[in-house]
Design a protein around this ligand. Structure first.
Ligand SMILES: [Zn+2]
Length: 598
């Protein structure tokens, strides 16, 4: 849907008094920054857009009959079409587990792009799910057919919430109530940390409260809130984190990282500062002790014990270094929640890490271009290759749709009461909103990170006096350049801060931002200072098709690198040239991610 600018300004003006999307909190002090709605932000070019559009088309092309087959089989209904295979089928690992996530992802793609086909498919899949609920409203969750009730139910809730709020499916809200009613007699009385790992049945109750709180506000049904309170992982996760302890070592990485989103929602809804303190500490622990330079964490899906060199050891002990689509979903959501919770952010730490995760994990996956084969683990060992997961339709096939469909949410934020606008991520895009009561369009044109320059054009319907904050990343080794309508701005472009541009903005005002990207190295952990990743700005560079014994040699990185084309750098190495390219540009080649520094 591409409105002319005039039609957009008229329709936006008509919406000025319309309520924003359903409230997440009543107390604005809990959320001093807000994210924009999916419909207000569009990607318009660049690497994220290219991947986003690929995945938009990919999920839109899935067959409804195949997605619904196992649900119809369980309900005793005619079930045409081939099996899905892998985790998804009648006798699969978790039958039908990811249907709700495909619905969620399609609703989000549709909300940002305006693609009616996405909303139509959401409608068909929700109707298809509803037709299988049966007299007890249990659908595929019947105890004799699915041992992972909470795991699958959480995804049903996510899909129905997005179907109701983003695709405006009329009966999706009532279906939430029916699905909850059907599940109630099947659910465990209380949540446990990784329940059943030692004492089956296995399930993950603690990932659920985020969606349960949202469903409570959407339906008004107190049953959702009761369940959210029952399953918040206080004793094992939020209490120790809020005290400054570290409960992560040895825990399953993704499920505990995504449970932090439940803590974020608890902060918004309950207002107990324990949850905010827990999230702040969790972010510090994850980013300073657990993560590789890509932003990924959890080798073999398990958080490491710090200060033992375990990240370094994992390079040779496994090739399963980061459960990427799922982990990236958790990491990007945590960063966005913390950006929203931090008043007048004085530093760019949350956003810098968000950018790191986006460029080097989720953008860096092998694309799912075949039938049910998806990326799962990222590998940071020497001479690695990107491969699909061993089973079709794994968990990561669901979170991939949601993580990519959420890209537009990462770009811009607004201060409460529209006191300021934040430009958080640099990629070609367009923001169209009502800001301080007036229609506003902001466009971003750039080839970043291929080039260092970003052009922003501000188009308010009428002159607008406000502050536009630009993220100046911490990794800069020299000051950013900022010009407004060609003249140097007075704002300081100091690395690690948001540069404040306050003025009366007029239609067509242009901001030119220059972020000089230089190389640096980052040690893998505190025990191995000489084992380093090569970073340029937000992007991790790897050696392309490297010799097998490369990590045994000491390289004078980054001083010896010479540019050799677009995002390509070379180093003379024992008479041959080593080629370094961004990890996210690799698809099928061999690559090495860590080097021994001279
Ligand atoms: Zn996964």
């Amino acid at each position: 849907m591409h409105l002319s600018r005039r039609a957009f300004l008229q329709s936006a003006a008509a919406l000025t008094l319309a309520p924003r999307s359903f409230a997440t909190s009543t107390d604005t002090s809990r959320e001093p920054l807000r994210q924009f709605d999916y419909s207000e932000v569009q990607l318009t070019g660049g690497p994220f857009y290219e991947q986003y559009e690929h995945l938009h088309a990919h999920y839109l092309a899935l067959s409804d009959d195949r997605l619904l087959k196992v649900y119809r089989q369980r309900a005793g209904l005619p079930a045409p079409g081939p099996d899905m295979g892998g985790w998804y089928d009648f006798n699969g690992f978790v039958p039908g587990h990811s249907l709700g996530q495909y619905i969620s992802g399609l609703a989000r793609f549709g909300a940002s792009t305006g693609d009616a086909a996405c909303h139509q498919k959401v409608h068909e899949l929700v109707e298809g799910l509803a037709a299988t609920l049966g007299p007890n409203n249990q659908s595929i969750l019947r105890p004799q057919t699915n041992l992972w009730i909470c795991y699958t139910l959480d995804k049903h809730f996510a899909g129905l919430i997005d179907a109701a709020t983003l695709s405006k499916i009329p009966n999706a809200t009532e279906l939430l109530n029916r699905v909850l009613a059907g599940a109630q007699p099947l659910l465990p009385a209380k949540g446990h940390d990784r329940i059943g790992k030692k004492d089956p049945p296995y399930d993950e109750t603690y990932v659920m409260p985020e969606n349960l709180f949202t469903a409570a506000s959407l339906t008004g049904n107190p049953g959702f809130r009761d369940l959210a309170l029952r399953y918040l992982l206080d004793r094992e996760l939020f209490d120790p984190l809020s005290r400054g302890d570290d409960p992560f070592p040895g825990q399953h990485a993704y499920s505990h990282a995504i449970a932090l989103s439940s803590g974020a929602k608890a902060w918004l809804v309950l207002g107990d500062p324990k949850y905010k303190q827990a999230l702040d500490h969790a972010f510090d622990l994850l980013t300073t002790q657990q993560q590789f330079s890509s932003g990924g964490w959890g080798p073999n899906e398990t958080f490491i014990t710090p200060r033992r060199g375990e990240l370094y050891n994992a390079l040779s002990a496994t090739v399963d270094h980061f459960e990427t689509p799922c982990g990236a979903y958790a990491a990007t959501k945590l960063a966005r929640y913390l950006i929203r919770f931090t008043p007048s952010p004085a530093d760019t730490g949350h956003a810098d890490n968000l950018e790191r995760v986006l460029f080097n994990t989720i953008l860096a996956i092998k694309r799912p271009d075949s039938d049910g084969d998806y990326p799962y683990y990222s590998t940071y060992s020497p001479n690695a290759q990107k491969v699909y997961y061993k089973s079709k339709w794994p968990c990561c096939s669901g979170t991939l749709a949601q993580t990519a469909a959420d890209y537009p949410l990462n770009l811009y934020f607004r201060a409460e009461f529209d006191a300021a606008l934040y430009v958080n991520l640099y990629t070609p895009s367009r923001l169209r909103t009502v800001f301080a009561g007036k229609p506003l369009e902001l466009t971003q044109e750039t080839r970043y990170p291929v080039e260092d320059t970003i052009a922003l054009t501000v188009n308010p319907a009428a002159p607008l006096t406000t502050t536009i904050y630009l993220r100046i990343p911490t990794w800069l080794t020299q000051a950013a350049g900022i010009r407004i309508n060609g003249k140097p701005a007075e704002a300081a472009g100091r690395p690690g801060t948001y540069a404040a541009l306050h003025r009366s903005w007029r239609p067509g005002d242009r901001i030119d931002l220059t972020l000089p990207q230089g190389f640096r190295t980052e040690a893998i952990d505190d025990q191995h200072a000489n084992t380093v990743a090569l970073m340029r700005g937000p992007v991790q560079y790897v050696a392309l098709n490297p010799p097998a014994d490369l990590t045994n040699d000491r390289l004078p990185l980054p001083a010896s690198l010479k540019p050799s084309g677009v995002q390509t750098f070379v180093e003379n190495y024992q008479g041959t040239q080593l080629i370094f390219v961004p990890l996210h540009t690799i698809q099928n080649q061999t690559y090495t991610s860590y080097f021994t520094k001279a």
